[in-house]
Write a protein that binds this ligand. Structure first.
Ligand SMILES: NC(=O)c1ccc[n+]([C@@H]2O[C@H](COP(=O)([O-])OP(=O)(O)OC[C@H]3O[C@@H](n4cnc5c(N)ncnc54)[C@H](OP(=O)(O)O)[C@@H]3O)[C@@H](O)[C@H]2O)c1
Length: 314
């Protein structure tokens, strides 16, 4: 997928002084390109690509994410299979289910929806997914490829951040990029991908001294700390590009006519404050989250192409 091929800069809505990096718009462009590609494969007699989504327990947020992923598969022409396990399922049961999917030649990608219920060893279970079907890109083999600069299945959220920056033609090469967060899911892989794009990358974490001062040096600030509205305008260099990865669902006390509590989603960045000083900013919702689902689809098609014997770069 040539995501940097947009010749015209897309419209950017103005909000305060910052331009909004609209993840829904970029994801739509990615999905349209994928849908065309899939239609071409199918019309040439190839089988349909297929994604298996594995859900353990009944976490309400996970249910919403899984529903969105299955819906997107349907829109693009990807078959989806939902495999559910109860919240009390054992590690052995889940690994056995994943192995069945590994051995099923009609399945291209396997997505294990995170987080798993607390008693389960997430890494051990993730590692039992075959690397060639690991569309979340979290298997140590695929993370190794990423840090070696070899094409492969890359984690969806970090890859989505790069594609979003490329879509809006935000320069990365030679820029000073600060990433807050060092998780295997977001912080470390996004830093690795930014390094491949020739950025000068600083990774910060909970023990970093002078965090605000370091952030204020950033041309691009990626915030993946999981701390609600932690970054205010005093942390941001005027004109910087701010990418907010955080997702926090807040329940508002005012109840709706239907009796249900209203919920609001915010990120790790104080959007209203930071938009007055940043040059570009991602909204929450409607920013990085939209790109994550689109990259899951990109990875599923990458895996499918490997399985049907078509050579591509990721
Ligand atoms: N939009 C999406 O599609 C998407 C996808 C994945 C995650 N997310 C969201 O992104 C956020 C981060 O996710 P994650 O899985 O990376 O979280 P995580 O595993 O909890 O990692 C958080 C990282 O932030 C660091 N950190 C925490 N508090 C900090 C502080 N006060 N100052 C500096 N660093 C701090 C931690 O440092 P230590 O290592 O020192 O503890 C850790 O490295 C969450 O809100 C999550 O919901 C969104």
């Amino acid at each position: 997928m040539n995501v940097s091929s947009h010749t015209a800069l897309p419209d950017t809505a103005q909000s305060g002084s910052a331009k909004i990096l609209d993840g829904a718009l970029a994801a739509k462009a990615v999905n349209q390109e994928l849908a065309q590609k899939i239609a071409t494969y199918i019309s040439s007699g190839k089988r349909k690509p297929a994604l298996a989504v594995v859900l353990v327990g009944e976490n309400p947020a996970s249910e919403v994410y899984v529903k969105n992923k299955i819906l997107t598969c349907k829109e693009l022409g990807i078959e989806s299979h939902l495999k559910r396990f109860s919240k009390d399922a054992s590690k052995e049961e889940i690994i056995a289910g994943l192995k069945e999917l590994n051995d099923d030649a009609t399945i291209d990608g396997i997505l294990l929806q995170l987080p798993l219920p607390g008693q389960l060893p997430t890494n051990e279970i993730l590692d039992s997914i075959a690397p060639d079907k690991d569309v979340d890109g979290l298997h140590p083999y695929n993370l190794g490829l990423l840090f070696s600069g070899v094409p492969g299945l890359q984690p969806c959220t970090p890859k989505g951040i790069i594609v979003l920056l490329q879509y809006y033609q935000i320069p990365i090469k030679g820029k000073n990029v600060v990433v807050i967060g060092r998780s295997n899911l977001v912080g470390k892989p996004v830093a690795g991908l930014l390094l491949q794009q020739d950025a000068t990358v600083t990774i910060c974490h909970s023990r970093t001294e002078n965090l605000a001062g370091i952030c204020k040096q950033a041309d691009i600030l990626v915030v993946a700390a999981g701390k609600q509205e932690m970054v205010g305008k005093d942390w941001v260099k005027p004109g910087a590009c701010v990418v907010d990865v955080g997702i926090h669902r807040l329940k508002e006390s005012t109840s709706q006519p239907d009796g249900k509590a209203k919920s609001k989603i915010v990120g790790d960045v104080c959007f209203d404050e930071v938009k007055s000083i940043a040059g570009h900013i991602t909204p929450v919702p409607g920013g990085v989250g939209k790109m994550t689902v689109a990259m899951l689809m990109v990875n599923t098609i990458f895996a499918y192409e490997q399985h049907i014997g078509i050579q591509t770069s990721s």
